[in-house]
Design a protein around this ligand. Structure first.
Ligand code: GCW
Length: 682
């Protein structure tokens, strides 16, 4: 509940009236919105709130909600003649003021818009920002695609999941108890997310068996639907062979087409509002169209046709196609080039309901990467971006690392397509340069059954910020963080300031002690992706190479002398990256192979001295976290306080392990002393 003094100024709602047919439909997000408002307002204001319908009397203490069409009068509501959030899918408009003759109102463009409006109202109310004098406001998401990917396996494990076992699966089937799935859908709706692919992209074909669809997948869809969350499925390309018993999975084979057509019909029978299919093919050992001599587009279009026969389902075809047995002895080989090499020439060859899902960087969720050039190379074919909330390369939720500042940098990067302003966040908008109607955001989240959801209570800031950025990609990472703290920890200004400053320090600190100047996260590359192991980057086919030797390090990705990757960007961006003199220091080693003694533009320090200093500074920042958190004891709830205190103590120790491992590795390799004499004597 809000402090009594703040609550006294808040709108004194005692009844929520839900308009329209949907009010009686328990599966409609409109009905959900009514229940959430009654529950939320009564808890925040500490007073009884009743649920009413169109026939209930309305007073100045009534909040009336419904789709725009359900309101008989739209007095004072912005009309279509002026641009209004109510003209966009999922948009809402809220007028919290009331008088003797009019009640407060929440209108949605559609049913989901009503629910998003309800959560927006509750968010402001809970932060003490809503008073009877508050002005009306509205909002609509910039993009229709605001999805989550879960990498859940049907045995209940989660690939790269750090928050416990799967909410969805156990023992090869959907779980009986879906209570947490319902909570997840609620959580998603509260931050504006509208879709989820529930199973691992390394997919188990048996998910598509009729028994699994009927007894399992259908129940998941039914559970999430009242929150406006639609579900999608990740497919195994080889399912016609492995599940269907066919001799081939060739996408142009008539029996294969027929198999996917029938299977998709069955999926729609149980999930009539299917979100679509996600496909990881010809990637990391997964089968795909290339295995049958077909193009990636021919593979994607097979599913696109099967879906188009039923609804608006989308094929999300992952651009994460690369050779993981790449030869390092060929200086031209470069995993970073793979997405453009595999996809750019297929622009326009994909059917309309295909979206290419592109990881934000060319490699794999590293602590620092340039933006994927593929986002500038598809025009007729649509793309969506893929982020990762699960911190696979970012400390795996034993470290607190707030990722929104990184995403914000990605989203505000200007790719200069055709020499014109082309911010990534504008490209990912139907109103953007390519006018893609179906574009937007996906993120690998991987929550699990732990009460922490993600494995670390502070990691939830990432899920919150992801949802809010997917809705409004120009949002400020710090502002989102403060909102999250007020909503989930405390409205106390000291707590908000302390949590905010601590979490804003985490990504720079993690970059400092894990891998600088664009060298990537120097973790164990071969399996865990956890903890320092700078030597593991090279000498294997995974292609996350540093090419470090006794005198120099970094990947030469220039057109002139390197792999040519820099040339995949539009002209102006390519020119910046082609030259070490113009490449930003934080990407120097991503694009250039330079001696350890190469001086940096920003500081004049050598690369190796920067490595030493940044590792010491990053680790030193992390040493401050436990004491900063200790000051919040008693100001937030004890259980979560203790959980975070434990994690931060470990993080502080592990940052030292990172610092010393990486510094000593490069000291031993280069033989160059640290100016400050920290790493020289061991
Ligand atoms: O980051 C890598 C992970 C794999 C993952 C793959 C992908 C699901 O290490 O575990 O597989 O990316 O994105 O497909």
């Amino acid at each position: 509940p809000l402090p009594a003094s703040t609550a006294a100024n808040s709108p004194a709602i005692d009844t929520v009236v839900v308009l329209g047919e949907e009010a009686r439909d328990e599966t409609s997000p409109v009905a959900t919105a009514g229940r959430e408002l009654v529950d939320g307002i009564s808890k925040i204001l500490g007073r009884a709130v009743a649920l009413g319908d169109a026939s209930s009397p309305r007073t100045s203490s009534t909040l009336v909600i419904g789709t725009r069409d359900a309101f008989s009068s739209l007095e004072g509501v912005p009309s279509s003649s002026s641009p209004s959030p109510l003209d966009h899918s999922d948009g809402y408009w809220i007028d919290p003021s009331s008088s003797s003759s009019s009640s407060a109102r929440i209108l949605g463009h559609d049913a989901r818009g009503v629910l998003y409006g309800a959560f927006a109202y509750l968010s402001k109310l809970a932060q003490g920002e809503l008073s009877v004098e508050s002005a009306a406001w509205g909002s609509a998401p910039q993009a229709p695609v605001r999805w989550i990917n879960q990498w859940d396996n049907m045995d209940g494990s989660i690939e790269r999941g750090y928050g416990g076992r799967s909410l969805f699966f156990e023992g090869g089937a959907v779980r009986d108890d879906l209570a947490r799935v319902k909570e997840y859908a609620r959580l998603m709706a509260s931050v504006g997310l509208n879709g989820i692919v529930i199973n691992n992209v390394n997919a188990n074909a048996s998910l598509l068996s009729e028994a699994s669809l009927r007894d399992g997948v259908k129940r998941v869809a039914d559970t999430m639907r009242p929150y406006g969350v639609r579900i999608g499925l990740a497919l195994n390309f080889d399912a016609p062979r492995t599940l269907g018993g066919l001799a081939t999975s060739d996408p142009l084979d008539a029996a294969v087409v027929e198999w996917w057509t029938r299977t998709t019909q069955l999926v729609y029978h149980y999930v009539p509002d299917l979100l679509g299919y996600t496909i990881k093919a010809n990637s990391e050992g997964q089968p795909g169209p290339l295995s049958y001599g077909r193009t990636l587009a021919e593979g994607a279009n097979l599913f696109a046709r099967a879906l188009a026969a039923h609804g608006d389902g989308l094929v999300f075809y992952r651009a994460f196609v690369y050779d993981h047995h790449l030869r390092e002895d060929n200086p031209k080989n470069d995993r970073a080039s793979a997405a453009v090499d595999f996809f750019a020439h297929l622009d326009g060859a994909f059917l309309d309901n295909v979206v290419v899902q592109v990881k934000f960087g060319p490699i794999d969720f590293q602590v620092r990467e340039p933006v994927s050039p593929l986002l500038a190379r598809l025009r007729k074919t649509k793309a969506a971006i893929e982020f990762m909330v699960a911190q696979e390369y970012m400390g795996q939720q034993t470290h607190a690392v707030y990722l929104a500042p990184q995403w914000q940098e990605v989203l505000s990067f200007d790719l200069r397509v055709d020499g014109k302003p082309s911010l990534v966040r504008d490209i990912l908008s139907p109103a953007g340069p390519f006018a893609w109607p179906t574009t937007g955001y996906t993120a690998v989240v991987n929550v699990g059954r732990d009460t922490t959801w993600l494995g670390h209570h502070l990691a939830m800031a990432n899920l919150y910020a992801y949802g809010r950025l997917a809705w409004a990609p120009a949002s400020d990472a710090r502002a989102l963080l403060d909102e999250w703290t007020r909503l989930t920890w405390s409205t106390d200004a000291e707590v908000v300031a302390a949590v905010g400053s601590l979490l804003m320090d985490t990504w720079p600190a993690y970059e400092g002690h894990s891998g600088n100047l664009g060298i990537q996260t120097l973790c164990d590359i071969l399996y865990t992706h956890y903890g320092p192991s700078p030597a593991s980057q090279d000498g294997n086919g995974w292609g996350q190479w540093t090419r470090a030797d006794a005198t120099a390090l970094g990947m030469d990705r220039t057109v002139a002398t390197g792999t040519g990757f820099a040339g995949q960007y539009p002209r102006e961006v390519a020119a910046v990256y082609e030259d070490p003199a113009t490449t930003p220091d934080n990407l120097l080693l991503w694009f250039h192979h330079v001696p350890y003694t190469h001086p940096l533009k920003s500081s004049g320090k050598t690369v190796i001295q920067h490595f030493y200093d940044a590792h010491y500074e990053g680790a030193a920042t992390v040493q401050t976290f436990p004491a900063r958190w200790a000051r919040l004891r008693g100001k937030v709830d004890d259980a979560r306080w203790a959980h975070v205190a434990f994690k931060l103590a470990y993080q502080a120790g592990h940052a030292l392990v990172w610092r010393d491992s990486v510094c000593r590795f490069y000291h031993a390799l280069s033989g160059i002393a640290d100016d400050k004499q920290r790493v020289n004597n061991y």
